[in-house]
Design a protein around this ligand. Structure first.
Ligand SMILES: Cc1cc2nc3c(=O)[nH]c(=O)nc-3n(C[C@H](O)[C@H](O)[C@H](O)COP(=O)(O)OP(=O)(O)OC[C@H]3O[C@@H](n4cnc5c(N)ncnc54)[C@H](O)[C@@H]3O)c2cc1C
Length: 318
C-alpha cells in the first residue's frame, strides 16, 4: 500500500459540524475532518493525525453515534470508500458502503442472507464493528473475511471469521480499536420475490415499533436472559409470559417500558413512546440531555430491576 501523508493534507477541512452527519442530529464540530474515498486515504489520514499529534476517529454513517456538544478535538475520518464488487454469490465490499446499498444489490441479484439487515442505517464497517443484527441474525453470518488495518502498526491483514471474534454486538474491531477496510460477504442463491417478501415484513415491523424522530437506534444492549434468571427470577418469569425473550436475550426496551419511562424527557431528549430502548431528539436535544437521560434510565433499572444496562450507542467525547 502506498501511503502519502502530503496528498491527504489538501483534503483536510477544519471546524466541520458533525451533527448533520449523524442520525441523532446532535453534537458539535470536528476540529479537523476528512472524507476518505479509497482505503489508502484512511491510512494516510491516521498517519497525518499521528504526525501532527492529533487524536483521530473513524466515522461511518453516524447511526450508532452520540457526538459530544463540544464536538471532537481531533481529526474525524469519514469513511466514504464505497466500492462493491460482485463475483457470483460473494461481494468484496469497502466498508464505507451503505449496508442498505449492499442489501438492495443482493436482492436484485436474487441473493439471500441479508434480509435481516433491511432498514438498518449506516455503513458495512459500522455494522462489522458492532456485529449489527436483527431478526435473529447478524453480520457475522455473512462474513467470509475482513481486511483489517491495525492503526498502531499500519499493517493491513485479512482476518478469518474466527479471528473477528464476533459475539452479541461485539467484535475484535471494537475490542482492539482495529479498522475494517473491506470485507468479503458471502450470500446464498435465493428467490428474489421470497427475499423481497421477507424484507417487506421486516420493514413493516420496524415502522410499527420504531420512532420517526432523529435517534441512534437501540441505546442499550438487550439483556442476557440467563443472567436475568439469576439476578431477578420474578422478572425473568414475567418476560417469558410477555414473550419478550428473543434467543438468549430479553428486550431492554421492555425492561425500560415496564418502569413507566416512555415519554420521560430531559431537555430535548425523550424516551420514545414507540420503543423504550430508543431515545429521540425532539428538536433541540444536546448530548448532555441524552447522557443525563441514559444515566437516569440506568439508575432506575438498577434500583428497581436489579440489572445493569450496558450502552449500545457509542459516545464520541471531545
Ligand atoms: C433507526 C435505527 C435503527 C437501527 N436498527 C438497528 C438494528 O436493528 N440492529 C443493529 O445492530 N443496529 C441498529 N441500529 C444502529 C446502527 O445503525 C448500527 O449499529 C450500524 O451498523 C452503525 O453503522 P454506522 O456506519 O452508522 O456506524 P457509526 O455510527 O458511524 O459508528 C459506530 C462505531 O463504529 C466505528 N466504526 C465505523 N466504521 C468503522 C470501520 N470501518 N472500522 C472500525 N470501526 C468503525 C465508529 O468509530 C464508532 O465507534 C439502528 C440505528 C437507527 C438510527
Amino acid at each position: 500500500m502506498i501511503i502519502n501523508v502530503m496528498s491527504i493534507e489538501s483534503k483536510i477541512q477544519q471546524n466541520i459540524p458533525l451533527a448533520p452527519l449523524t442520525t441523532f442530529k446532535i453534537g458539535g464540530a470536528a476540529k479537523f475532518f476528512v472524507e476518505a474515498t479509497v482505503p489508502e486515504e484512511i491510512t494516510s489520514a491516521i498517519l497525518w493525525a499521528q504526525s501532527n499529534s492529533e487524536k483521530w476517529y473513524i466515522m461511518g454513517g453516524g447511526s450508532n453515534l452520540l457526538v459530544a456538544d463540544k464536538g471532537f478535538n481531533g481529526l474525524v475520518i469519514k469513511n466514504d470508500c464505497t466500492l462493491i464488487e460482485w463475483q457470483d454469490a460473494e461481494a468484496k465490499v469497502e466498508t464505507g458502503a451503505l449496508l442498505a446499498k449492499l442489501v438492495m444489490e443482493a436482492v436484485e441479484k436474487g441473493l439471500a442472507g441479508l434480509e435481516w439487515a433491511v432498514g438498518i442505517p449506516g455503513t458495512v464497517g459500522g455494522a462489522i464493528r458492532g456485529n449489527a443484527g436483527a431478526y435473529g441474525s447478524s453480520i457475522q453470518h455473512n462474513i467470509k473475511t475482513v481486511s483489517v488495518l491495525d492503526p498502531e502498526t499500519n499493517i493491513v491483514k485479512d482476518y478469518t471469521l474466527d479471528e473477528c471474534k464476533f459475539a452479541y454486538r461485539h467484535s475484535i474491531f471494537k475490542e482492539k480499536k482495529l479498522l475494517a477496510l473491506s470485507a468479503i460477504i458471502k450470500l446464498q442463491i435465493g428467490k428474489t420475490e421470497e427475499i423481497r417478501q421477507t424484507m417487506v415484513g421486516h420493514l413493516a415491523g420496524r415502522s410499527e415499533t420504531q420512532p420517526k424522530e432523529p435517534n441512534a437506534g437501540s441505546v442499550f444492549k438487550n439483556f442476557n436472559f440467563n443472567e436475568l434468571k439469576e439476578l431477578n427470577p420474578e422478572l425473568a418469569m414475567e418476560a417469558e409470559k410477555d414473550s419478550v425473550v428473543r434467543g438468549s436475550r430479553i428486550s431492554s426496551g421492555w425492561i425500560i417500558s415496564r418502569l413507566g419511562l416512555k415519554g420521560k424527557k430531559i431537555g430535548g431528549a425523550m424516551i420514545s413512546y414507540e420503543h423504550g430502548n430508543f431515545i429521540v431528539n425532539t428538536g433541540d436535544a444536546t448530548a448532555e440531555d441524552v447522557l443525563v437521560l441514559m444515566s437516569l434510565v440506568k439508575q432506575k433499572v438498577r434500583v428497581e430491576s436489579k440489572l445493569q444496562l450496558e450502552n449500545e450507542i457509542e459516545y464520541l467525547d471531545y
